[in-house]
Structure formats: structure tokens, C-alpha cells
Design a protein around this ligand. Structure first.
Ligand SMILES: Nc1ncnc2c1ncn2[C@@H]1O[C@H](COP(=O)(O)OP(=O)(O)OP(=O)(O)O)[C@@H](O)[C@H]1O
Length: 594
């Protein structure tokens, strides 16, 4: 092990000190999975010596997966208590949901490194760790220097993915962490044993769920004229009226819509646009108050749901949206409504939001084209107060200058005061600025921040899911230079909306650039996405009507002695629809006994 450690540490230093596109002799010393993960980590802009923990928000730590794994871990607590190891559970995006560790010293050290519940261990945030298992789909043991971050070099990490035994979808990962000196290949078998037990528990729960879903369906399906759907992630039960409305719609689309409504605790009906362009009003009732994965009953109606009012008042008409910028989501339209009132005025406006969310774009759209000058407060530290103020004066020489200071919250307090003084000496025609604010957090403080009368908050991309098609089209146009030349399939759009997008529109643009550049595809499907995006968004595309619907059709055919016309009548659907459903479900009628 010691020899191996020395060789691996040397290869690591050698590779990290070479440029990304140089393949050194050491590249062959490192296992390909690790080497590829290091490469991706570097491509993400990470540096081994400067990886810092990142907290995530808006994810429930106590979810279905963590409850199931906890019940299994508790049965093995004795084994864990006796070892100097930590066990961690993440979701499929690498967000750490739970940690078990008895060794106090190790617990304190892991806390400082962000290996704690509420932090993300995603490869694009912390680089290579055992969580590479989420991308490879097989158990992985990452030893000491194979970790990307310097901080993790003293640990080894045996990880394996948790896959749902019925749906075959990736749910998350479990990792056993120990000090390098204690590394043993047995760690991997301990983790895989634990995962087998977790998967058995998940399988048992899936059967109970199906039963509950069916009971809820029969309770609500009193009046067959009203379309209703009972569904969770694996099962969908529709009555005939709903089947007529939905046609061949993908279950995943309905489930994502229902889940979002439940998570955001939306009350009243919401609109859902089907792939054929038809709009449905969907009223969604959870089957369980707390567990959003437990399933839902959807009451459907043709036509869109009545518009809800936003905090800013009635939704704006499209004509007041910001010039040059795209978006149609409720949150974006609400922002546009507020921004529209501030357009072409003279009052200073601060635009806040998460990095990459489009703050500068919104600030620039507040003013019709004239002398807009943009400076970046991040440069102030390197320039020093004197040269920074001089830099400002150069911009302010233009009498009609509208000055935009980006990242104004990053100014040191003394530099903020010097900046204010410079602006008082030579005021711009208008001052606009951008600053960081993660949802719910106040922005960092300096004197200049008090100067703004109005604040606009740009929503993060994960809260603007309806904007994905427009943004993808706009970014593709910018990258390819041609209008409407690239189409993103609904499956891709849906897969992308499942990701968290901490880098917001900047990351989406990077993805578009990576996908479109050098490709001659005019239609982007999931296979065209970079592999790490596919792995993260991977989820089986569920068939239209599964299990129970298939059973219902077979039952109707049985009762009709195989006569499809009669079976379709009994099901309340057209014969052509029945044929389509039989094909879509892949039912082999030749093998069926009527
Ligand atoms: N609504 C929109 N429609 C089209 N493109 C947009 C929209 N909003 C932002 N963009 C584009 O997204 C990218 C990121 O936006 P922008 O640079 O304004 O974000 P930011 O929050 O200021 O980023 P940073 O963290 O780098 O300061 C830019 O290329 C911008 O042109």
C-alpha cells in the first residue's frame, strides 16, 4: 500500500502540474475512471488545492431514501460503532443527506471539509470522490491520493449506487469512509451488502405503495365521466375519460408536474401543456401530507387553469417583457413586470440573484441603448483603491454614461466608500449594479449597497423551468449563428429540468456550447448530451400506461373473449386507441388466454 501511495501521489502531482490537454507518462499509472474524473473536475474549473464545501438548499434531508437507508443502517449500528469509519448517504445529485460517524475526531474533521448533511459532494463541486459511482453506476473504491481535492487525500471512500429495484432508476449512493491507513477491499463488500438490504426494503415498500395507490384510485373514481389519474413514479392508473384526454402522454411528464405542484404546495389547478400542444388544467391532491413521493390523484380538465396573481400583481402582458431577453415562466414574467416600471428611469437599481442567473442581462435591459458602461467590482481588489477609482472616472467621463457595477457586494468596505465618493464627484446618468443573493439569504453588506432605491431579484434557473425551451433555443441560436436551426427534444428538456443548475444560465449556456459546437445534429436527443449530464438526469422513461393499465386492458379483452371492439367499448375508448395502447404497452396478445 505504501509503495502504491507513493506512486499514486507522484502521478497525481505530475498530472495536476501539467496542462489539461497534455497526456503525461503518469496518465497511464492512474486508473482510467479516476483519470477521467480528474479531467472532468479540472474542466469544471476546480483546483485540487482550492476546493471548498458548498451547501445546498431546498432539498429535504428526511426523504423516502434517507428513511429507508436509516432503517437498514440502524440494524448494523454495532458494526459501525466499533469501526473508525463514517457512512454517508447522498441523493443522485451527490447532495449529502445523512452521515453516521462515531469517531469524534473524524466527525469534526469531516465537518470542516463539508462532508456533512446539507453539503454537496457532487463531482462538479468537490471533484473526484467515491461519488464517481453515481456516474459509472458500479461500486468504486477511491483511495487517498485518487481524490481530486487535497483535503480528502487522507481518506479512502468505498461507494456504491442505490438503484430502485423496480424502476431501475438511480436514487443515490452510500459511501463508507475511513483513514487511508485503514483501507481494505472489504469496505466495498460491506457497502454492497448494505445496498442489497436497502434495495430489498425498497422493493417491499414499492408493493405496499402500489396497493395504496389502487385504493385511492377506486375511492376517487366515483364518477367515470370526470378524468382522474392516480400515479406515483412507477405506476399510473387512469380512468377511461383521462386516458382519452392524455392519449400517448409520457407518465414522467405527468409525474414531474404533480411532484412540482406538491413540493411547491400549490393550491388549486395548474396548467400543463401536453407534447401535442393541448393544455390541461390539473388539480393535484397528495396521497400523503408529508411524503411528496407517495403519489397523487390528479383531477384533469381540458383548457388552461385560471391564472394566479403574482406578488407583483396581475401577470404582465408579453409586450412588457424585457427587450432581448427570453422567458415565459411565472417568476420571470413577474420580474419583468417590476423591471418594466424601472426602465429608462434615473433611480439607482440593484439587481440581485444567484451567480449566472442573468443579473447583468436584466440590468442592461433596464436602459435603452445608450452609453452603458460595465465595470466589475471583482477587479477592484487587484487594482487597488486608487487605480479602481481612476478606472471609474474614465467610464464617467462620458456625460450620458449609465454605469453598471457588477458584483458590487464583493467590494471591500473601504473601497465601497471610495467608490461612493467617486460617484458623488462625477455622478453617472444612472447607476445600476448586480450583487449575489442566494434565495433567502441577505446580500453581503457594504456602504454602496445602501445607495440603491430599488432592488430586483432574478429567480434562479431551477425556479424557471418553463423557460428552458426558450433559453435553449436562444443559446443554440447564439452558438450556431442560425435561427431555429436546432431543436431540443421534449425528453431532453425534461431531463435538463431535473438538474439543480447551481451555475444557472451560465451553466446552461456552457452545456449548449458543448453539445452544439462541432455537431451537425439538428435535433438534440438525450444521446447527444455530454455523458455526465445524461448520467445525472438519467431516469427510465416510463411507458405510457404501465402494469395496472396493462392488466385492465387484458382483463377487458378476456371478458370480451378477445373481441377488441367490445373490449374498447367496455373501456370507454375508441378501437384505434385500444390498438395504439396495445402496441405502446408491448402486449403480446398471441400469448394471452382470453
Ligand atoms: N432572459 C434571458 N434570455 C436570454 N439570455 C439570457 C437571459 N438572461 C441571461 N441571459 C444570458 O445568460 C448568460 C448569463 O447572464 P448574466 O451574465 O447576465 O448573469 P449574471 O448573473 O450577471 O452572471 P455572473 O455570475 O457571471 O455575474 C449571459 O450570456 C446572458 O446573455
Amino acid at each position: 500500500m505504501n509503495d502504491w501511495l507513493r506512486t499514486a501521489a507522484k502521478a497525481r502531482d505530475d498530472i495536476f502540474s501539467s496542462s489539461l490537454d497534455v497526456s503525461t507518462h503518469s496518465s497511464s499509472v492512474v486508473r482510467p475512471t479516476v483519470y477521467e474524473s480528474w479531467r472532468r473536475s479540472r474542466l469544471q474549473g476546480l483546483a485540487p488545492e482550492a476546493v471548498s464545501p458548498v451547501e445546498f438548499s431546498e432539498i429535504e434531508l428526511d426523504n423516502y431514501l434517507s428513511r429507508t437507508v436509516t432503517s437498514i443502517v440502524e440494524k448494523r449500528a454495532a458494526a459501525l460503532d466499533q469501526s473508525a469509519c463514517a457512512l454517508v448517504l447522498t441523493d443522485r445529485d451527490g447532495n449529502l443527506l445523512r452521515r453516521w460517524v462515531r469517531d469524534h475526531e473524524m466527525a469534526a474533521d469531516l465537518d470542516t471539509k463539508g462532508v456533512a448533511a446539507g453539503f454537496t459532494m457532487d463531482e462538479s463541486t468537490v471533484g473526484t470522490t467515491g461519488l464517481v459511482t453515481l456516474l459509472t453506476g458500479r461500486p468504486e473504491l477511491i483511495r487517498g491520493p485518487e481524490h481530486f481535492s487535497e483535503k480528502f487525500k487522507q481518506y479512502s471512500c468505498a461507494s456504491a449506487p442505490v438503484v430502485h429495484p423496480v424502476r431501475r432508476t438511480l436514487l443515490g449512493s452510500v459511501s463508507l469512509i475511513c483513514r487511508v491507513a485503514d483501507t481494505t477491499p472489504l469496505m466495498l463488500s460491506w457497502v454492497t451488502d448494505l445496498i442489497t438490504a436497502v434495495e430489498e426494503a425498497l422493493r417491499a415498500r414499492a408493493c405496499q405503495r402500489e396497493q395504496r395507490l389502487f385504493e385511492a384510485y377506486t375511492t376517487y373514481n366515483r364518477d367515470v365521466r370526470h378524468p382522474i389519474v392516480a400515479l406515483d413514479m412507477t405506476t399510473i392508473i387512469t380512468n377511461a375519460a383521462a386516458a382519452r384526454l392524455l392519449g400517448g402522454v409520457d407518465q414522467t411528464l405527468l409525474w414531474e408536474h404533480a411532484r412540482r405542484s406538491l413540493r411547491e404546495r400549490r393550491s388549486g389547478p395548474t396548467s400543463l401543456t401536453l407534447p401535442n400542444g393541448e393544455v390541461l388544467s390539473v388539480d393535484c391532491c397528495p396521497l400523503s401530507g408529508q411524503d411528496t413521493d407517495a403519489g397523487a390523484i390528479l383531477f384533469l380538465r381540458k383548457g388552461s387553469a385560471p391564472r394566479r396573481k403574482t406578488e407583483a400583481g396581475v401577470l404582465p402582458k408579453p409586450s412588457v417583457l424585457l427587450p432581448g431577453l427570453v422567458g415565459r415562466s411565472e417568476k420571470w414574467r413577474s420580474l419583468c413586470c417590476q423591471a418594466h416600471r424601472l426602465r429608462n428611469g434615473t433611480s439607482p437599481v440593484l439587481v440581485v440573484g444567484e451567480p449566472g442567473s442573468g443579473r447583468l442581462a436584466v440590468a442592461e435591459a433596464l436602459q435603452d441603448a445608450q452609453a452603458i458602461r460595465v465595470v466589475d467590482a471583482i477587479d477592484a481588489a487587484a487594482l487597488g483603491d486608487g487605480r479602481w477609482v481612476q478606472h471609474l472616472h474614465v467610464q464617467l467621463e462620458e456625460p450620458t454614461c449609465v454605469l453598471v457595477i457588477r458584483h458590487v457586494d464583493s467590494l471591500e468596505p473601504s473601497t465601497a466608500v471610495a467608490t461612493l465618493a467617486a460617484l458623488r464627484r462625477t455622478p453617472p446618468a444612472r447607476l445600476l449594479a448586480t450583487a449575489q443573493r442566494r434565495s433567502g439569504e441577505p446580500a453581503a453588506h457594504n456602504a454602496l449597497l445602501d445607495h440603491f432605491e430599488s432592488v430586483l431579484e432574478v429567480p434562479p434557473l431551477r425556479e424557471r423551468l418553463d423557460d428552458f425551451p426558450d433559453l435553449l433555443a436562444r443559446f443554440s441560436e447564439q452558438v450556431s449563428g442560425a435561427k431555429n436551426s436546432i431543436e431540443w427534444t421534449p425528453e431532453v428538456v425534461q431531463a435538463l429540468t431535473r438538474l439543480e443548475w447551481p451555475g444557472n444560465l451560465n451553466s446552461l449556456k456552457t452545456l449548449v456550447r458543448r453539445t452544439v459546437t462541432g455537431s451537425c445534429a439538428t435535433k438534440i436527443g438525450t444521446d447527444d448530451l455530454p455523458p455526465e449530464y445524461v448520467a445525472r438526469a438519467a431516469r427510465r422513461q416510463l411507458a405510457t400506461l404501465e402494469q395496472i393499465e396493462a392488466q385492465t386492458i387484458l382483463q377487458a379483452l378476456r371478458e370480451a373473449g378477445g373481441n377488441k371492439h367490445q373490449a374498447a367499448l367496455a373501456l370507454g375508448i375508441a378501437r384505434s386507441t385500444l390498438y395504439r395502447k396495445i402496441r405502446a404497452l408491448g402486449l403480446d396478445l398471441s400469448a394471452s388466454i382470453y
